[in-house]
Ligand binder design. Structure first.
Ligand code: FAD
Length: 324
């Protein structure tokens, strides 16, 4: 194993985010022979997280634990990750295209004076040629990019490249790295969580999203129930957020979250282009709308023309029956 790929792990609430494991699978696609070096930044004990990266395919993990890394700051995490990159001299670096990934990776790329391919949804390898597939024009088309020189630095969109199977029989070295982290100008005074409880929207396999057709905050209740029986998360259109039926943290679309679940159920959503920008790459789209001409049916794999308040309870009932 001569060449190395650094996989930058990301944690949330004390666990690694699933996209960290997907990033390991992406690194394997780029070069199955390379040594995969995971990096985890945080505070306190990080060894267990290191083990998880190894179970999912990393060969070795470097952990950097420091009080300054308790909450994310680009200065702190930037220093920590760069220190590992300088030490390892990888030929490739990968991270999830999450809020943190979007903030951290361009800063690291500029320090390394290298390019960055962001938001890859697939990787195609033909001999020596590695093509990164990424959506453009709000998901209406895809481009394929190659890197001809320097470090192959890329981020992957969550939920697109499946993680490898977890294998507890895998072993690898976990090296805690002591680092003096200085010059952090950002002061985190408080972290206010607005996100919905339960499954994280950007990593959910099933999303039930409501639009203005849901009509009120109470109207979202059946959607939460359907999401619960399906083990999914609830999202929304901007129409629903603007109408104050739900929090903006649920907004999906051009100015909201971009999601690619296995199943997206659009409920009372008309299918404006700005909404499609955030969900049209979902694997299976089901639309429920009382207007048969609604644009959402143009991207839907399955469409139900009907009143959502009649359709959703029937769906919940059927799903429950199937689960019995
Ligand atoms: P509507 O367009 O009002 O559609 C409601 C739908 O509900 C209708 O199709 C109706 O037939 C159906 N309906 C009503 N009652 C029922 C019922 N009982 N049963 C079944 N169906 C019913 N939008 C986003 O979603 N995300 C974004 O990120 C986003 N970014 C934007 C950025 C910009 C710069 C701009 C200008 C707009 C953006 N928008 C975004 C807004 C977007 O253009 C639409 O206005 C918005 O998506 C409409 O939301 P909606 O589909 O919920 O509402």
């Amino acid at each position: 194993m001569s060449e190395k790929i650094v996989v930058i792990g990301e944690t949330k609430d004390g666990s690694l985010r699933n996209v960290s494991y997907e990033a390991i699978a992406a690194a394997k696609k780029v070069d199955a022979e390379a040594e995969l070096v995971g990096v985890i930044c945080g505070s306190g004990e990080l060894e267990e997280l290191g083990k998880e990266m190894i179970y999912y395919g990393a060969d070795r993990v470097v952990t950097i634990s420091h009080d300054s890394l308790t909450a994310y700051t680009s200065e702190g995490f930037g220093q920590a990750v760069l220190a590992v990159i300088h030490e390892e001299s990888p030929k490739s670096i990968v991270m999830g295209h999450t809020s943190i990934g979007k903030d951290l990776t361009p800063k690291i790329a500029s320090k390394l004076e290298t390019g960055l391919i962001s938001d890859a949804v697939d990787i195609e390898v033909e001999g020596d040629k590695i093509q990164f597939v990424r959506p453009i024009y709000s998901g209406k088309a895809f481009e394929k990019k190659i890197i001809t020189d320097g470090i192959t630095f890329f981020t992957i969109r969550p939920n697109n490249i499946p993680a490898l199977n977890r294998d507890e029989a895998r072993s690898g070295e976990i090296t805690p790295k002591n680092l003096d982290i200085t010059d952090i100008r950002t002061v985190i005074k408080d972290v206010v969580r607005k996100a919905s409880e339960g499954v994280d929207l950007s990593e959910a396999n099933v999303i039930v999203a409501g639009g203005r057709g849901v009509k009120s905050e109470d109207g979202f209740k059946p959607l939460y129930e359907l999401a619960e029986v399906l083990g999914g998360a609830v999202g929304a259109s901007r129409g629903a957020c603007d109408a104050e039926y739900c929090d903006y943290s649920l907004q999906i679309g051009q100015t909201g979250k971009v999601v690619t679940p296995d199943l997206y159920i659009a409920v009372g959503i008309s299918g404006a282009i700005q909404h499609l920008a955030g969900m049209s790459n979902s694997k299976v789209i089901v639309a429920i709308n009382k207007d048969p001409e609604a644009n959402i049916f143009n991207v839907a794999d399955y469409g139900i023309v009907g009143d959502l308040f009649e359709v959703i309870p029937l769906l919940i009932e059927e799903v429950k029956k199937l689960q019995e």
